[in-house]
Write a protein that binds this ligand. Sequence first.
Ligand code: FAD
Ligand code: SF4
Length: 398
Amino acid sequence: MSSIAPHTKAKALKPGSRRPAKELCSECGLCDTYYIHYVKEACAFLNQQIKELEEIAHGYSRNLDNEDDWYFGVHQEMMAAKKKEPIEGAQWTGIVSSIACKMLTDGLVEGVVCVQNTKEDRFQPMPIIAKNPEEVLAARVNKPTLSPNLSILEQIEQSGMKRLLVIGVGCQIQALRAVEKELGLEKLYVLGTPCVDNVTREGLQKFLDTTSKSPDTVVHYEFMQDFRVHFKHEDGSTELVPFFGLKTNQLKDVFAPSCMSCFDYVNSLADLVVGYMGAEFGWQWLVVRNDTGREMLELVQEQIDTKPVISKGDRKQAVQQSIPAYDQGVTLPMWAAKLMGVVIEKIGPKGLEYARFSIDSHFTRNYLYVKRNHPEKLDDHVPEYAKKIVSQYQLPEK
Ligand code: FAD
Ligand code: SF4
């Protein structure tokens, strides 16, 4: 006897209507589909359940006695890698796109959930299910804006696909894992990227307008390990702006409230994570979480060079100093910011220690944000590993 899944009777919310997570909504896309039926359990901002979902996705959750696990989550292996022949126009060397293309051409999956941009606006995300490498490659490079990747979930069920790869950031993947068993798939592969400080499209414009000398020609940007924002422009030139020179007072409320209350920087529930911040400048950083992640990585082994991750320096003082500086919206004069950037680059944290620096600075800032703006959520919403990380620092009382 066939039974109708209960979620198919639910109704997606209309675009622009208020979402169940209210101002904390990261527009992950779940509520644009009938899977909104599961929102109370699945939404990363209504029901933080990373530990439970780690057990389902990886077979066990991170070990709270192991400091590497607090920071990087469940993992079998970490490494630095880069493509021997980088993909032109990718965010870094294009490892994410290469894995997705290979999975399609080898027939491991029938579709890949990824994000292209609209014709009118290179930064406006347009989630799709890519069915060939050309469509995957057209989705390369970050859309540094909140993206409703899960808005395609109904299409998956309706298309009858059984084997799927989803590329996404932490909040999207948490909701995806929570509804995974309802999707009717035989195999789901999850390729994640780290994510932090994301913004709405309007927020992005404000960031570009206040930070870049030529906001209209920016093609992509990244907060790099050399403590500078690298803006790449249409003509191929690169503009460098030191972190310490950012107009923090004007940018304080530019980041989405969801990202100010996120503690899943490293995408804990993906099978394989591809970022950059745990590797030296110019390299990407890979975290293999489970056997599925290893299978995905092996597909492109011949296309990449790899080397072990390193860890150098001591981040703790810099993080402690960044806490009041951010709170007070301190902006250094440009000459001092450049000087500080040069000094920190020479003696500052490198490799995994740089990743810890970035995680510590964001988690302390976000902990204070949740404590001040949503105190009733603090205890349940902040995972145990994040509480351990934050407890290493002295935070202002209020
Ligand atoms: P490419 O081959 O260029 O592929 C990029 C993939 O990202 C595409 O498949 C596309 O579908 C997907 N994508 C693009 N925009 C989005 C989006 N908004 N939401 C979901 N998926 C998207 N790494 C770090 O180590 N530290 C960070 O602080 C960090 N911050 C990030 C912030 C954002 C908003 C994003 C999207 C990524 C961030 N990353 C971060 C990951 C990093 O910038 C690269 O995306 C990653 O290293 C992959 O590079 P690549 O060249 O292999 O990707
Ligand atoms: Fe819905 Fe996703 Fe927003 Fe939560 S974050 S309210 S699941 S769209």
